[in-house]
Write a protein that binds this ligand. Structure first.
Ligand code: ADP
Ligand code: MG
Length: 395
């Protein structure tokens, strides 16, 4: 596959560079809460600013109706936050491709930044509408995509506009693609993949793809019960997907045929209700009571998984081991996070919204090699899908 071109080394001085960033941040009372996504784009923005470019930023925020301005989803708070984080003037346009955006883009001085209003105030963004792409492209000389989190969507700002201007990847997007592609194409072995989360149906693509690549696959979370059913066990009132039992059985067989170790829990923490204060106990997966549900992996499983994780030279983790949002069922996820963090020999890569939230909750993010910002985009990349926003940047 051809390389993606990054902006590194491109002469941007005096050029108008329109950059797709992911500023889809939480906002409350006009103030940005968690600004991780804004910070993640700073290397690219600062590189362009110090190179003397006129930097025009565009992003979506939330899910507005798409019929014009909606106060709830304005990017103005993101512009204010960005201005606090960078050493350059940050202007804000009250529209996306309208009169204000055009005037402010035209007046922009070298080394200055302009953020356009929410792309999704215009319904044409999500439709990848050709006229909207033209209007975005007309604001600039060059295009940069640094929004890895939306690279799996073929929208105007992520796909269409890339064919109208010289197009490059920003550092965040390039780093994500490179890390995840290298992990899949040339992992240091053993390659251990830990998969959890709620449903098998959400993760089949990822599991299938990894059966062809990993040496060991560790399964936890709600989806383990569908695998246990495929092994003929009973799982009480645990989360289960009856329509996926056969498919889970096929995956077990496929892993065995490929010589991939597939580890399933040997014990679980069961509860009499989906609640923090439920009555709980630990039981073997061969003895799950018919009126209880498994909400976490058990201590024997934690030991087994920690051992397998310690043996990995590449460790990829997606999906919590239990309902980690509740303290009563966070232990398994914490144990796995600690085991991954403790393996200093390995490249440790964390992907998926809730898995990253879990790692942050346990304050272990700094111990990992790479935390993917992608969510859905990371998973689609791991599944081997072509991401439209990435394909548009290949030479
Ligand atoms: P990610 O966002 O990292 O890809 P998922 O969205 O697939 O992860 O799954 C996360 C969710 O799975 C969490 O909300 C967690 O509570 C839930 N979960 C984990 N284990 C169980 C379980 N045993 N029963 C029900 N839900 C579970
Ligand atoms: Mg999730």
């Amino acid at each position: 596959m051809s390389e993606i071109k990054t902006i590194e080394g491109v002469d941007v001085r005096g050029k108008r560079v329109i950059v797709r960033v992911d500023f889809n941040v939480p906002v409350k009372d006009g103030v940005v809460g968690d600004d991780t996504r804004i910070r993640a784009a700073l290397p690219t923005i600062e590189y362009l600013v110090s190179g003397g470019a006129k930097v025009i930023l565009m992003s979506h925020l939330g899910r507005p109706a798409g019929d014009g301005f909606d106060e709830k989803f304005t990017l103005a708070p993101a512009a204010r936050r960005l201005a606090e984080l960078i050493d350059a003037p940050v202007a804000f346009a009250s529209d996306t491709v309208g009169a204000d955006a055009r005037a402010k883009a035209a007046a922009l001085a070298d080394g200055c930044v302009l953020l356009l209003e929410n792309l999704r105030f215009d319904a044409r963004e999500k439709k990848n509408d050709p006229a909207f792409c033209e209007e975005l492209a007309s604001l600039a000389d060059l295009y940069v995509n640094d929004a890895f989190g939306t690279a799996h969507r073929a929208h105007a700002s992520t796909a269409g506009v890339a064919s109208l201007l010289p197009a490059y990847a920003g550092f965040l997007l390039a780093g994500e693609v490179e890390t995840l592609s290298d992990m899949l194409d040339a992992p240091r072995r053993p390659f251990v993949a830990i998969l959890g989360g709620s449903k098998v149906s959400d993760k089949v693509g990822v599991i299938d793809a990894l059966i062809g690549k990993a040496d060991t696959i560790i399964v936890g979370g709600g989806m383990c019960f569908t695998f246990l059913l495929a092994q003929g066990k009973t799982v009480g009132t645990s989360l289960k997907e009856d329509d996926w039992v056969v498919r889970a059985g096929e995956m077990i067989d496929k892993a065995a045929a490929a010589g991939v170790k597939l580890l399933l829990p040997v014990d679980v923490k069961v509860a009499d209700a989906f609640a923090e204060d439920a009555a709980t106990r630990i039981c073997s997966v061969d003895a799950i009571p018919c009126d209880m549900m498994g909400l976490d992996i058990g201590p024997e499983t934690e030991k087994l998984y920690a051992q397998a994780i310690a043996e990995g030279s590449t460790v990829f983790w997606n999906g919590p081991m239990g309902v980690f949002e509740m303290q009563a069922f966070e232990h398994g996820t914490r144990a796995v996070a600690e085991a991954v963090a403790a393996n200093k020999e390995a490249a440790t890569i964390i992907g998926g919204g809730d898995s990253v939230a879990a790692v942050n909750k346990f304050a272990l993010a700094d111990e990992m090699t790479f935390i993917s910002t992608g969510g859905g985009a990371s998973m689609e990349l791991v599944e081997g899908k072509v991401l439209p926003g990435v394909a548009a940047l290949r030479s």
